[in-house]
Design a protein around this ligand. Structure first.
Ligand code: G6P
Ligand code: ZN
Length: 543
């Protein structure tokens, strides 16, 4: 079959963000837009010839069309084989697991994560490398550079292929394998966790609800929780992936997973609740009338890791992103293991995981994971919590409050101002950066500012430097105030302000975080002049 070389013109806006390229569906539907980006990915992987690529997405609108386009282009660009999840579906952690299990060269994930889906919402595409993790900046920069100078792309002139039935066939010289999206992932979970113990948990009175938010984790949660672990039918709700995610916003937090939160805080609450996001890598953990912050979740799992069969030998080290609370650092110090602080973005954990420096890592943005794959993993976090609950016989609330008694409670809240004008976002950060040096030594929010900085990270493995990763005020009592602009939005800018304060006194560990942190919150609003610059009196999302 003849390879077609289609002339095209570069688009100026194809710079990958924190997690690949995310744009409105209408942007991706422009002629050549997706093709240009896919060709730029392939051009950045010059050693792809004859190798295997994994391909799937979270099922959102435009997923199926994009799969067909990418398959034709992959065949025309010399890939040896593409493994596609049946129906074009694969969660982000499943892509990572399949890349690793099948020694694939890389993977393409079609998702805009937790952003809403549908013809008027978002689509996204990201590339993962052979370790199963997000492409490092070296590659994303090459993709961006390629997208700015592209003049043509390669494809085939073929009809759409059947992606809805398992099987193996040829597309020109390339093999296409349509595979079960869940199987490899479920097998990996069964190796890490003791499914027999978890089955016993569900055989007793233990009850949970998992909200798949009409997105990709539905098939995974149904198979693992209900079919394999015997949780009662109905444990998984909103379990069928819909192209518009049911009109919802599949971001597992108290705002967007409100119905789950209401249920867990209501009269009929089960023992445990969890939700995952559009592409299955995020998680939110709830107990009966109890919300676990992602930072606390990471810390509690690290402290209890030896209860989980896959980690019974202990952890090599842990890592958290900079804005994530320092709770896990305290655990690491007590365990005598190293802890690392990386910029926001899961890709920064990749080198530490590959080098065997860390076993667990996590982020305040509802991401938790381990060295089993190279992505954060929502269902893994759920199974990890279930394992700790089964081993200790304690409720989520007991596990966390005892944790606070032992390690102190890091009160934490993040305030997001979404969709502010990009210029206002830049002005806020520029003004604050200029102000930082004079803040050192001042008493603000009732505390002394010990240091301030514009966070930069030197990767301990490859020495690469990432600058401008967030502005920090570090106080002498250990409190922190952090500012950064989101790297994942598609409209305007989103300012995130992170507030943290450590409370050692067990008698003061059960207060409302918004109250405990009110002085830091007021300081954050003052320093950014958010209301004056944007007219916003309050954040759009509080987590
Ligand atoms: C994605 C990335 C995470 C990151 C999160 C928030 O989910 O995979 O690693 O923490 O986005 O990023 P943002 O730049 O929006 O704060
Ligand atoms: Zn996600």
């Amino acid at each position: 079959m003849a390879v077609l070389t289609i002339p095209t013109q570069a688009f100026p806006d194809q710079r990958p963000g924190t997690s690949g390229l995310r744009k409105k569906v209408s942007v991706f539907q422009q002629p050549h837009y997706l093709e240009n980006f896919v060709q730029s990915i392939f051009a950045a992987i010059p050693d792809r010839k004859g190798k295997t690529l994994v391909l799937g997405g979270d099922g959102r609108f435009f997923n199926r069309e994009a799969i067909q386009i990418i398959l034709r282009m992959a065949a025309a660009n010399g890939w040896g084989k593409v493994m596609v999840g049946r129906g074009g579906l694969l969660s982000t952690p499943a892509v990572s697991a399949i890349i690793r299990a099948h020694h694939a060269h890389g993977g393409i994930i079609l998702s805009a994560s937790h952003n809403p889906a549908g013809p008027h919402h978002d689509f996204g595409i990201k590339y993962n490398i052979s370790n199963g993790g997000p492409a490092p900046e070296k590659i994303t920069d090459a993709i961006w550079a390629g997208s700015k100078s592209i003049q043509s792309y390669q494809t085939l002139d073929t009809a759409d292929v059947d992606i809805d039935h398992d099987g193996v066939f040829q597309l020109d010289d390339m093999t296409v394998e349509i595979c079960d999206p869940v199987r490899d992932y479920a097998e990996l979970m069964a190796r890490i966790f003791d499914f027999e113990t978890l089955r016993r948990l569900f055989n007793g009175n233990f009850r949970m609800r998992f909200d798949a938010m009409h997105a990709i984790t539905g098939p995974y949660a149904l198979e693992i929780l209900e079919n394999q672990l015997g949780a009662p039918a109905g444990t998984v709700v909103n379990g069928i992936p819909l192209t518009d995610f049911g009109g919802g916003h599949p971001d597992p937090n108290l705002v967007y997973a409100k119905s789950l939160a209401d249920y867990l805080f209501g009269e009929e609450a089960p023992d445990f609740g969890a939700a995952s996001d559009g592409d299955g890598d995020r998680n939110m953990i709830l107990g009966r009338q109890f919300f676990v912050t992602p930072s606390d979740s990471l810390a509690a799992l690290a402290a209890n890791a030896t209860h989980i069969p896959g980690y019974h030998g202990g952890l090599k080290g842990v890592a958290r992103s900079m804005p994530t609370s320092q709770a896990v650092d305290v655990v690491a110090q007590k365990l005598g293991i190293p802890h690392y602080e990386t910029p926001t973005g899961w890709k920064f954990f990749g080198n530490l995981l590959d080098a065997g420096k860390i076993t667990f890592c996590g982020e305040e943005s509802f991401g938790t994971g381990s060295d089993h794959v190279r992505e954060k993993d929502g269902l893994w976090a759920v199974l990890a919590w279930l394992s700790v609950i089964a081993a200790t016989g304690k409720s989520v609330a007991e596990i966390v409050t005892r944790h606070w008694q032992e390690f102190g409670r890091h009160y934490y809240t993040r305030h997001d101002y979404e969709g502010i004008p990009a210029s206002a976002g830049e002005e806020i950060m520029a003004t604050l950066t200029a102000q930082l040096p004079v803040l050192t030594g001042q008493t603000l929010a009732g505390r002394i500012v010990q240091t301030t900085d514009d966070f930069a990270y030197t990767d301990p493995i490859d020495g690469s430097i990432s600058s401008h990763q967030g502005l920090r005020l570090l106080f002498s009592d250990g409190a922190r105030l952090v500012f950064r602009l989101s790297g994942t939005g598609t409209e305007g800018a989103t300012l995130r302000i992170y507030h943290e304060h450590l409370e050692q006194d067990a008698a003061r560990q059960h207060l409302d975080p918004q109250r405990v942190l009110r002085e830091l919150i007021a300081l954050g609003k003052d320093l950014t002049r958010i209301e004056k610059l944007t007219g916003r009196k309050a954040p759009t999302v509080i987590t």
